[in-house]
Structures are given as structure tokens and as C-alpha cells.
Design a protein around this ligand. Structure first.
Ligand code: SAM
Length: 289
């Protein structure tokens, strides 16, 4: 087994953990200020259009997506999380599907295909390209792709095992409580960290690293603004706007470095290239608008 399929195997274990269930059922609408800004940017542009929600987990994004359009389809490859989403939203079209192969879904159909809360970071680089190509295929010409991705230059990339230790306080009762609470996390986190750290690699434009989430139980891709913009252009998607997670402000096109924890990328499938390819008998996106 190579390190890339190993990454997928590790992350699938994490999605089935109690910790993932706890985090994904926390009562919040938006993951961060950047996601809120991204939804506000997209809402008037995608109103009433067919929407595809990828990697829905327990269904956090279903309500904000339905606020944009009732024509909604959600997919996830983790049966346990999908079942939880189904029981929360019994009337919704929710399907078991791997984002790397969405051949069950039509091409050139959706006004928006979204993969939220850094779900796309949980597959290796080649699979990330496959997912973005699939998202590009299923959106209609002019349709949007939205996804978030961890920042290779952000605070999350610098997280390490020591943060599992209890935060110091002069209050002995509070310190005792924090120490007790951290004991189990430290044990499990250390085991996961030691097992997963061997997969850490820095490729320059992006990196693969074990992340603190789920007690260092996941290994994810961290990207840079430059690399992600390049990858989108290579796939034939035109980047419209990038929002940083921390303050929800758009990041200017010429900015290369940011201290955001992660980014929300919005890109669209060009119209003209679609027409050109139609003439040639291929419904394939190109690079012009
Ligand atoms: C961080 S969770 C986010 C869940 C949800 N989108 C949210 O924001 O609450 C990532 C989700 O992506 C799903 N996922 C990861 N890789 C996937 C893939 N290749 N195909 C479909 N779902 C995937 C996982 O099962 C998990 O539910």
C-alpha cells in the first residue's frame, strides 16, 4: 500500500470516530467567517439553481444550502455520517457517493458544487485533482465550485503534539480538571501522532501533514494560494474570489501569503470554452471566460 492510499485509509477511520461525530454535530451554521462570506457571495448568483453538496457529514451545510435553493442533492462516502444526515433531513436527496467518481450525476447541470470544511484536503493530491475535475464536470457552464482548504502558511500547519498538554492556569482546581481531561486525549493523540507523522511531506506548493483534529487522527493536504490558483487554472476553472477563514475578508489576487487557518475558494466553469468544445463535440471546460 502506498502512502497516498494510506492517507485515505487513516482519514476514513477518523470519519467513523466518536470525535468526528461530536465535532460534526456541534450546533453551528457556518464553520467560520470565511464560509459565511462565501455563502453570501454565492447566494444571489446561485438562487434557485440545482445545488450539489459534497462530503455533507451529518448535514451541517444542508440548511444554508436550502436557503439558496430547494433543488438540492447531498453526497458523502461515510455511511454512518450519511445516515445521521438522512435522519435529520428525511425529505432531502442524500446519496452515498465518493467524490472521486460522481458518474451517477449529470454533466453541466449544477449551479454550484460545494465541498465544505476542508473535506477535499482529506484525499491525496491526485485524488484532489480528480474531485475538482468531477466538480467541474457536473457544474453547468458559468456554474460555481466552492471548497475550503488548509493554508500551508497558516497556524494549523504549525500545530504539534504539545498542544495536547493542558493549558496552564494558576487556579489549582481548573488546572486539575484540565489535566484530567487531557490525559486520555494525550494518550490517544500521541499514539496517532507517532503512527501518522511518518506521512508528513513538504512538496513546496503544498504539504501533507498529520493535523491536530480528531486527536491527530487525520492526515491532510495543506495548500498555498499560488498552488491552488494554479491547480484550478490547470483544471479549467476560473478563480473568482478567495475568502480567509479568520476574518471572512476577500484575499486580493496578488497576495501570496496569509495567516488564515484555511481558505474558501470560489471558481466558475467558463462559458466560451464550453461553446467551443460543444462545436467540436466535446462538453469539456477550457480556460477562457
Ligand atoms: C470535515 S468533514 C465535513 C462535513 C460537512 N461538510 C461539514 O462541513 O460539517 C469531511 C466530510 O467529507 C467526507 N468525505 C471525505 N472524502 C470524501 C470523498 N472522497 N467522497 C465523499 N465524501 C468524502 C467525509 O466522510 C466527511 O463527512
Amino acid at each position: 500500500m502506498n502512502s497516498q492510499s494510506e492517507l485515505d485509509r487513516i482519514n476514513r477511520v477518523a470519519w467513523n470516530s466518536r470525535d468526528a461525530e461530536r465535532v460534526l454535530t456541534a450546533d453551528k451554521i457556518f464553520s467560520d467567517a470565511g464560509e459565511k462570506a462565501a455563502f453570501e457571495w454565492l447566494a444571489p448568483r446561485c438562487a434557485a439553481a440545482p445545488l450539489l453538496d459534497i462530503g455533507i457529514g451529518t448535514g451541517r451545510t444542508i440548511a444554508p444550502m436550502l436557503a439558496i435553493s430547494n433543488d438540492y442533492t447531498g453526497v458523502d462516502y461515510t455511511p454512518k455520517l450519511l445516515e445521521m444526515a438522512k435522519s435529520r433531513y428525511p425529505g432531502c436527496d442524500l446519496r452515498h457517493m465518493d467524490a472521486r467518481d460522481m458518474s451517477e450525476l449529470p454533466s453541466d447541470h449544477y449551479g454550484l458544487a460545494a465541498f465544505s470544511w476542508n473535506g477535499i484536503d482529506c484525499v491525496d493530491y491526485d485524488d484532489r485533482v480528480k474531485i475538482l475535475e468531477e466538480m467541474c464536470r457536473v457544474v453547468r457552464p458559468g456554474g460555481y465550485v466552492l471548497f475550503s482548504s488548509h493554508n500551508r502558511g497558516g497556524p494549523g500547519y504549525r500545530e504539534n503534539i504539545w498542544q495536547l498538554l493542558p493549558q496552564f492556569t494558576f487556579n489549582p482546581l481548573r488546572l486539575g480538571w484540565r489535566t484530567l481531561r487531557s490525559l486520555r486525549r494525550f494518550q490517544l493523540g500521541t499514539l496517532n501522532y507517532v503512527r501518522n507523522v511518518k506521512l508528513n511531506r513538504d512538496y513546496g506548493g503544498y504539504a501533507v501533514k498529520t493535523a491536530a483534529a480528531h486527536n491527530f487522527g487525520i492526515v491532510i493536504v495543506y495548500t498555498t494560494l499560488g498552488e491552488q490558483r494554479r491547480q484550478l487554472a490547470q483544471i479549467g476553472l476560473q478563480c473568482d474570489v478567495v475568502f480567509g477563514s479568520s476574518d471572512g475578508n476577500p484575499i486580493a489576487d496578488d497576495v501570496e501569503d496569509s495567516d488564515a487557518w484555511w481558505f474558501h475558494f470560489i471558481a466558475h466553469k467558463p462559458l466560451a470554452a464550453y461553446r467551443f468544445d460543444q462545436e467540436n463535440g466535446h462538453a469539456r471546460p477550457g480556460t477562457s471566460t
